[in-house]
Design a protein around this ligand. Sequence first.
Ligand SMILES: Cc1cc2nc3c(=O)[nH]c(=O)nc-3n(C[C@H](O)[C@H](O)[C@H](O)COP(=O)(O)O)c2cc1C
Ligand SMILES: Nc1ncnc2c1ncn2[C@@H]1O[C@H](COP(=O)(O)OP(=O)(O)O)[C@@H](O)[C@H]1O
Ligand SMILES: [Mg+2]
Length: 155
Amino acid sequence: MRHLPYFCRGEVVKGFGRGSKELGVPTANFSEQVVESFPSDISTGIYYGWACVGSGDVHKMVLSIGWNPFYKNTKKSVETHIIHTFKEDFYGEILSIAIIGYIRPERNFDSLDALIAAIQEDIEEAKRQLDLPEHLKLKEDNFFHLPGGKIVNNH
Ligand SMILES: Cc1cc2nc3c(=O)[nH]c(=O)nc-3n(C[C@H](O)[C@H](O)[C@H](O)COP(=O)(O)O)c2cc1C
Ligand SMILES: Nc1ncnc2c1ncn2[C@@H]1O[C@H](COP(=O)(O)OP(=O)(O)O)[C@@H](O)[C@H]1O
Ligand SMILES: [Mg+2]
């Protein structure tokens, strides 16, 4: 995909509160401004990459871009599930992500359990992919060590 790797940072805002409660998978949602700044031709779907909150450690992540067809959202969202257990929520903080690879398109599902199972498979796939040397090296990218700000895809 021509936009990858895609580097981006922005504020974490409130979503519908479903990630943790219904799916057992919290997702840090980007603000509308960040969602609108994405290239319009970046495909919706599920991706993997690296993420860090504020100036914290860099962790593996899975990302969902789109309208969440299972929930029929009317606004596009960009949501990151960081594969790490945090002690506290981090609403209002700056999340930095490097989107590296595509996993699959967004889908509708017959049941909540089927959606949860698909997300768990995505997490396993992300963990495997990110252990590959060519993907591991992006964890050390300077992007994650730059002071917070507006640097997005080197602009
Ligand atoms: C790895 C991953 C895969 C996802 N796949 C789908 C999907 O195929 N279809 C869908 O409708 N939503 C998908 N979602 C999005 C969830 O529906 C969404 O994160 C959830 O509704 C939480 O939304 P909230 O942050 O507004 O609470 C996925 C989320 C993640 C993290
Ligand atoms: N591992 C994690 N990945 C993403 N967000 C997390 C994680 N652990 C805690 N959180 C917190 O949970 C929030 C997301 O939970 P979620 O249920 O999706 O709520 P919302 O609908 O408001 O996005 C994030 O904004 C963040 O503050
Ligand atoms: Mg969320």
